[in-house]
Ligand binder design. Structure first.
Ligand code: GDP
Ligand code: MN
Length: 348
């Protein structure tokens, strides 16, 4: 039996996009994790799962980012698990602090109010910096500038099927920009004016709106209101050329200028998702329906029998979130016109 580290993974393409000097010609891509030193033991569990199910075949690099320096212990205990190169970056102050136009009193008042209303992370300053960083800055970090594609990994995730193909290669070869596994509704109290702000941006920049976009994923009434659907950004495989484009740069700046990453509690997931759904044609978005994935209480577990057989999924399809009420899988299938698995009704 041939070793799994041999063909079909070896590719002798001369495409300059590929790195050279190794048996597998990797894409221009990396894993990326934002976390704290205290997350060490939960992130190494995630790393081990990603390595065992995917990365030991490909040896992609892994970039870790933090607003304080990583400890030697963190670096040592993570790097030994990673088959590619592990890199550790400090986030520059200007990517993790208040812009000078922020009214501190107003920001503090918002935190008190959301805390009183028991909104998750409503009272946390750090969570707001995190969301703003993931919305507008992670792809500008010097360590990330070497790469085009990334796969975001958080502490406490699981990969529930064998991932035999190179997802980064899939993205490039199929001209995809954004890939996800789970979609879900946002808590309205965290983004009361995000849609209004986005509509204003669209009004000022109508040429940015893609034809054949995913408006019907994010709105049930042709754009009048936001239905709160978004791609769950703790898993993302995406092309940073999009975040680095003029369109997204302008959109992020427009949002950031309102101060509402701080005056409300705008999440990076709805921000990414609105941009992807409005400024890209729908065929640039991909649902990785064969990558079993779990984060906290939600799972994507393939319900299609061929998939769970071929991919050796070890999750219970009854835990699949895709067609449950709080998920946005139905909206996604409706907006794309893709065919749902024939047995989807057994899992709604
Ligand atoms: P949730 O998924 O919305 O519940 O939020 P998480 O607590 O999982 O945070 C999202 C990501 O940001 C995770 O990768 C966390 O490790 C990371 N994160 C959250 N807050 C901070 C922070 O203050 N500093 C750093 N360095 N990472 C953070
Ligand atoms: Mn999380």
């Amino acid at each position: 039996r041939a070793s799994r580290y041999q063909p079909p993974y070896v590719n002798h393409s001369q495409d300059p996009l590929y790195h050279s000097g190794n048996s597998y010609n990797r894409e221009n891509a990396t894993f990326v994790t934002l976390c704290r030193n205290e997350d060490l033991y939960s992130i190494i569990q995630s790393i081990k799962k990603v390595e065992d199910r995917f990365n030991n075949k490909f040896a992609y690099d892994w970039v870790f980012l933090n607003e304080v320096p990583f400890t030697d212990e963190f670096k040592e205990r993570t790097s030994v698990l990673i088959s590619g190169q592990a890199k550790y970056g400090l986030i520059p102050k200007e990517h993790w602090s208040y812009p000078d136009y922020i009214d501190q009193e107003r920001a503090a008042e918002s935190r008190r109010q959301l805390e009183d209303q028991h909104v998750v992370y409503g009272g946390l300053e750090s969570y707001r910096h995190m969301c703003r960083f993931n919305s507008g800055f992670f792809y500008k970090h010097p360590l990330m500038l070497d790469y085009r594609y990334y796969w975001r990994v958080e502490p406490e995730i699981e990969i529930l099927c064998d991932v035999e193909t190179d997802l980064f290669r899939y993205m490039r070869e199929n001209n995809k920009t954004y890939g996800f596994t789970i979609s879900i509704h946002e808590f309205e109290k965290t983004i009361p004016t995000l849609w209004e702000t986005t509509k204003e941006f669209m009004k000022q920049n109508p040429s940015y709106i893609a034809e054949n976009n995913l408006m019907n994923f994010i709105s049930d009434d042709n754009g009048k209101t936001y239905n709160l659907c978004h791609f769950w950004s703790n898993f993302e495989v995406a092309d940073m050329d999009f975040w680095r484009s003029d369109v997204y740069e302008k959109y992020f700046k427009f949002l950031d200028d309102t101060g509402k990453f701080f005056y409300e509690r705008w999440g990076d997931a709805p921000v990414h998702s609105l941009a992807v759904s409005l400024f890209l044609p729908k065929e640039k978005v991909h649902f990785f329906n064969e990558v079993g994935y779990k984060h906290s209480v939600y799972s994507m577990c393939p319900i299609d029998k061929d998939i769970w057989k071929n991919r050796k999924c070890y999750c219970d399809p009854n835990t699949d979130f895709t067609f449950r009420g709080y998920s946005c899988g139905r909206q996604y299938y409706k907006a794309t016109g893709l065919t749902r698995p024939s047995n989807w009704k057994d899992y709604d």
